[in-house]
Design a protein around this ligand. Structure first.
Ligand SMILES: C[S@@+](CC[C@H](N)C(=O)[O-])C[C@H]1O[C@@H](n2cnc3c(N)ncnc32)[C@H](O)[C@@H]1O
Length: 249
């Protein structure tokens, strides 16, 4: 995030620790990743075959994780520009790509997830797990629900999707927390505007309409209790950010 400052610390552990505590998005990013991998570990014991990471960014899941997770066929699906950056960076670092990892470029606003997966080695009959972390914010409601509908079309019943989202209050300046307001303003100034939120109490019905059953819908206070309670380093769950786990009916 700040290579000059990190270089001054000249110790990998210290600079990582500094970065984790000074980057405003840390609690949001680590809690959604932790929740997803906790659930993934739970469901993998019931015969999971494929893990599709939508909007993977620089997630390093395929390079870590326990042996049981390394048996999964993994698809990283991301915007062509982000994915090209990541693949170049991996090559620069000389990281060996695991054989079960597949990269697929896609723009959610232009391409069909269903078509690109059907044209890949993804198997529509195999039980699958989708994560979609840090992405719904950037898309329209229609694109979000269309993409989820694509998932219900190509994943068998019992397949999971986990995604995070802002509630609609995040976009109302009088209701939003200061941290969320600042982040929305900052990303807008970077030409990466956040635009979409959902009403947590209505999400269950909206998902049911497209063939998904909402199993868990964590609120900021649920996330705080589960992952941040008792910490003394000032990290705490993001206001307005929720994490949902839904299963294909
Ligand atoms: C904030 S990053 C999240 C990365 C990672 N999943 C995480 O949890 O930290 C947002 C991701 O969404 C992807 N994204 C945003 N808009 C997209 C679009 N229209 N099509 C495909 N990917 C998109 C970006 O390429 C990026 O990887």
């Amino acid at each position: 995030m700040d290579p000059e400052k990190a270089a001054l610390l000249n110790d990998h552990k210290k600079s990582l620790d500094w970065m984790m505590h000074s980057w405003v998005a840390t609690p949001l990013v680590v809690s959604r990743a932790r929740y997803t991998e906790d659930i993934l570990l739970k469901v993998v014991h019931h015969g999971l075959d494929q893990y599709v990471i939508l909007g993977a960014g620089i997630d390093t899941f395929p390079f870590r994780g326990s042996n049981i997770l390394k048996k999964l066929k993994i698809f990283e699906i991301d915007h062509p520009a982000t994915q090209a950056f990541k693949c170049n960076r991996l090559a620069e670092l000389g990281w060996k790509l695991p054989p079960q990892l597949n990269f697929i470029p896609l723009d959610f606003t232009k391409d069909s997830l269903e078509i690109v997966l059907k044209n890949s080695s993804y198997v529509t009959q195999d039980l699958s797990f989708f994560s979609w972390l840090g992405v719904t914010y950037y898309l329209s409601r229609d694109v979000v629900f269309d993409t989820m509908q694509n998932i219900t079309n190509i994943a068998p019943p019992g397949s999971s999707i986990i995604f995070d989202y802002f509630d609609t209050d995040a976009y109302v300046p009088e209701k939003a927390s200061e941290r969320v307001l600042k982040q929305i303003e900052f990303l807008s100034s970077q030409n990466e505007p956040l635009k979409t939120g959902f009403e947590p109490s209505k999400l269950g019905v909206e998902l049911e309409n497209i063939g998904l059953h909402l199993c868990e819908n964590l609120s900021p206070s649920d996330i705080q209790k589960r992952y941040f309670q008792g910490r003394t380093d000032g990290l705490h769950a993001w206001e307005h950010a929720h994490i949902a786990w839904a299963v294909v009916n």
